[in-house]
Every structure is written in C-alpha cells, then in structure tokens.
Design a binder for this molecule. Structure first.
Ligand code: ADP
Ligand code: F6P
Length: 476
C-alpha cells in the first residue's frame, strides 16, 4: 500500500521555493537562499506557522523529494529545461513581466510559451491539491501562477483559495495586449480573494474584468456568476521589522558596518543601491544622475562614493543580458573618467550576500538610492529604514514603487527626471541631521506598525472573510 502523504491546513504555492538547489563545480549539491522579495517576505511568514510550500527548486530536471527546511515543509515541483526556457524565462519574464511593468522593454508573445505556462500551472495546481488538507487554505503567489487558482478550484472545491500579486497589475490598456488576457483573468477569478500591493493595482484588475470579460463589478468585487463573487483589495507587503532590526543591532553586524566604511576610505557620504539586476530598478538612471553630479563638481570621490550591489537575475533573458552589459560599461566608463587610484567613483558588486552583510551595508550607507521605474513594492526601501535604528541615513525613493505610497516622508524622486533625481540626492545629503532623524523616525514607525506578520494576518483574515455568494441585485 502506498504510504499516505502528509497534508497541511496552509499551503503556499510560489514559483520558487525559499531555497535554490545549486550543483557546485565539484558535483556537490548545495541549497542557497532564492533571490527576490517574495522569498524574503514569505519565508518569515511561513517559519512562524505550520504549512507546506510548493515551488520550483531552481534547476532543470527531476524535482528533489519533499523535505523540511527550518520548520517549513517544502514540496518541489519539477521544470524541464524546455519549461525553464518557455514557462519561466519566456512567458513569465519576457511576456508578463514587461507588460506588468509599463512595457519598459517590449513584451514578446509566443504561443508555445503560453502552452508551457498552462502545463506548468496545471502541475503546480496538482501538487497543491495533493498536499492540501480538507478545507485547507491555499495561498498562491505572484504572476507566474495566475492560472493556479481556477485549476485548484476545479481539483479541490473544498479549499479556500487566495492569490497575492507581488508586482504591479497593469492598466487595462497594457493588459489588453496579451493574447491570453481572458484566460489569465479567468484563472485568477478561481480565487476567493485577490490581494494587490496598491489600490491602483486592485482597481486595474477589476476594470480589466469589466472591460475584457464583461463581468459585473461593484466597488472591489467582481461577480464570477450567480454563485460567486471575488474581492480584489490592496494589502501591501512588508518586512520582518523586529527580526531584521535585531539582526542590525547585533555587535558583529555593527562592527561590519564600520569596517565597510573604513575599507571605502571613510567617505563623508556613502551612497548605496541594492537591487536584482533588472531594467525595472532604474539603475541606469541612478548612475546617470550620479555621474552628472560628479561631472558638475557638486560631489567628488573620495568624499562621496557609491556602492551598487546588483544581484544576478534571469541571466538568459536577452533584455537582462543587454542591461548587464550596459550597466557594466557605464560603471567602467564612470570609473575610467572620474575615479582616482584607490578611490573609484562606483563600487559595483554583482553578487548575492548573506542577510548579515546586507544589514551591515544598510547601516553603513548615508544615502540609500531606490529609483525603480516601476516596482510592485520594493522591500529594499523598507529593509533600509528597518536597519536604521540609529535614525541615521536618508532614503531617496521613486514615486513609482509601491513602497512610496507608504513612505511619503522619504526624499521622493521621479527617476525619469534626471535633474529632479540629482536634486533629491543633494537634498538627502544636505538636509540637517536633526530633520533627517525626524524623517527616519516617521518612516520606521510606518514599517514597524505594518510589518510582514501584520501583512500576513491581514491577508489571511481577508481570505477567511471572503464572500461566498453575492447578494441578489448587488451588481451593476
Ligand atoms: P524584487 O522582489 O524585485 O527582487 P525587492 O526589493 O522587493 O525586489 O526584494 C529584494 C530582496 O532581495 C530584498 O530582501 C533584498 O534585501 C534582497 N537582495 C537584493 N540584492 C541582494 C543581494 N545582492 N544579496 C542578498 N540579498 C539581496
Ligand atoms: O516579486 C517579484 C519576483 O519576481 C518574485 O516573484 C520572484 O521570486 C523574485 O522577484 C525574483 O525573481 P526570480 O524568481 O525570477 O529570480
């Protein structure tokens, strides 16, 4: 008799598991923390409660057996090499990602990528259906799995299904370009509750249902049929404020922050950028503003220096390859033209670092540059203020991030406006320390009051309270 598989009352499904399987040059298998904000947030939520996490282990081929990691039950889902190319790099990151981020680069549409997206979404739904206990809560994450809610509903009508969108949801004018727009909306409408980063994202979704499916809508609700309605609302994600603050306060992390500054020649102003190497993050715009400030003599190394940490990301997708080349050429040019021996103008690091090192970098930085052209939330901004328990530092934050909607007191910028961005950087440098402390205190209060634990409990409460049937005559 086959042994019964364990089942769980809470099942999270995300494209990635919190750890990536990496086979080293010597043939050994290592597990490394997966990149991105989704993992940062969900990992701390899942460590605090029992549940299963269904996701891809990050390499092509057979999936490892289910295993436990730091108290979380992990259920790996396999992707073949062709699926990594078509589902992950293709449809998820070369079709959906550009459409959902203002078409900063053109989106590419391929019918075989769509076929792969459908196949992989079905595989995720089947894996979820296997491990969900009767009446379980199933929490599907992000744009890679938009068909999963309806597929799970088909397989397991007894479970409650939520979906959370970690990235923006595009205006209908952009979303409508997708040849498979109706299927994506119908996939999402399989959920009981849909969560978004901003109200504007939730409204974009409701409008898309009305205009593209002809669905009846009222306020934040979409009627699926006479039986069911789905609510779409904003519940912005956050960071583990207390856990990260405790890490930042550790003596070894504080000592490392001092060491970082010393190794950079104790500059008067240390600027920092921390991003996945993604064209949405506005790294080029940031470098341009910095270069112009140097050229105009308004700042100069070694008094001012800039550290840009860029995590490798989606390296086989052409737009990412081009971006990497462009950023590395630009950094080379700026250093060639404006650096000095022992004092480069930009320190560029293309690596992932442990959490301790990130916390030390945040503490070391006088000005944090967060300049995306479009970003669902941007947890880096929230991590920076969390680590500044000393009330030091200043956050320059793009208006096009979800985080800006909560962190209004920061030094706001429109990264497309290079003059404006330069002014914001100068203001962040030159505002008197007392005023900066007041701003930092307000930013920290905001993140501390709305941390990731609060986000998860608000989300799960909204999912539990999701309406089952619409009252008659409630829809226009
Ligand atoms: P995204 O999800 O688009 O990558 P976020 O800013 O929301 O953007 O989240 C990025 C997460 O990845 C943060 O938790 C950040 O600290 C982490 N991170 C970014 N760069 C690095 C790096 N080089 N090493 C380790 N962690 C990183
Ligand atoms: O939230 C944005 C996001 O795309 C997550 O879905 C993803 O896990 C993360 O960024 C990193 O991207 P990737 O999984 O493609 O490396």
């Amino acid at each position: 008799m086959p042994s019964a598989r364990p089942t769980f009352d809470l099942v999270v499904a995300a494209n990635r598991l919190p750890v990536d399987k990496v086979v080293t040059e010597t043939g050994e298998t290592e597990w490394r923390r997966s990149p991105g904000g989704l993992v940062t947030a969900m990992e701390s939520v899942m460590r605090a409660q029992p549940g299963a996490w269904v996701g891809w282990a990050g390499d092509a081929g057979d999936a490892p057996e289910p295993f436990e990691e730091d108290g979380i039950h992990l259920e790996p889902v396999p992707l073949s090499a062709a699926e990594v190319r078509d589902f992950y790099e293709g449809f998820s990151n070369d079709t959906l990602w550009p459409i959902y981020h203002d078409v900063i680069v053109p989106a590419r549409f391929h019918r075989d990528w769509w076929a792969s997206y459908q196949t992989v979404n079905r595989r995720f739904a089947e894996a979820v259906a296997e491990v969900a206990a009767p009446g379980a809560t199933v929490w599907v994450q992000d744009y890679q799995l938009q068909l999963v809610p309806a597929l799970v509903r088909e397989l397991r009508p007894d479970v409650r299904i939520g979906w959370f969108d970690h990235i923006p949801f595009p205006p209908v004018e952009l979303f409508a370009q997708l040849p498979w727009r109706a299927q994506l909306l119908e996939g999402l409408l399989g959920a009981d509750f849909l969560g978004f980063q901003r109200q504007a994202d939730a409204r974009n979704f409701v409008r898309a249902c009305r205009q593209l499916l002809g669905a009846a809508t009222k306020g934040d609700r979409v009627a699926v049929d006479h039986e069911r309605q789905v609510r779409a609302a904003a519940i912005p994600i956050s960071v583990d404020f207390r856990g990260l603050e405790a890490l930042a306060k550790r003596p070894d992390v504080r000592a490392r922050a001092k060491e970082i500054r010393a190794s950079l020649g104790d500059p008067k102003v240390l600027m920092l950028g921390v991003d996945r190497l993604d064209y949405t993050k506005g790294i080029r715009h940031r470098l341009k503003a910095y270069e112009e400030l140097l050229l105009e003599g308004r700042i100069s190394p070694p008094d001012v220096t800039f550290v840009q940490v860029a995590t490798p990301s989606r390296e086989r997708v052409e737009a990412y390859r081009l971006l990497r080349t462009e950023i590395e050429q630009t950094v080379g040019r700026i250093n060639g033209d404006l650096g000095h021996i022992g004092a480069p103008a930009v320190h560029y690091l293309h690596h992932s670092y442990p959490r301790e090192e990130m916390a030390a970098l945040f503490q070391a930085a006088d000005v944090m540059l967060v300049t995306p052209l479009r970003d669902g939330m941007n947890l880096v901004a929230k991590e920076y203020v969390t680590c500044r328990y000393d009330l030091g530092g200043a956050l320059v934050l793009s208006e096009f991030t979800g985080a800006w909607h909560e962190l209004h007191q920061s030094f706001a910028c429109n990264p497309h406006d290079i003059e404006g961005l330069k002014q914001a950087i100068l203001r962040a440098m030159n505002t008197p320390a007392k005023d900066k402390q007041r701003i930092m205190r307000a930013l920290r209060r905001r993140v501390s009051d709305n941390d990731v634990q609060r986000w998860a409990s608000r989300y799960l409460a909204a999912l539990a309270a999701a309406p089952e049937r619409p009252a008659p005559d409630r829809y226009a």
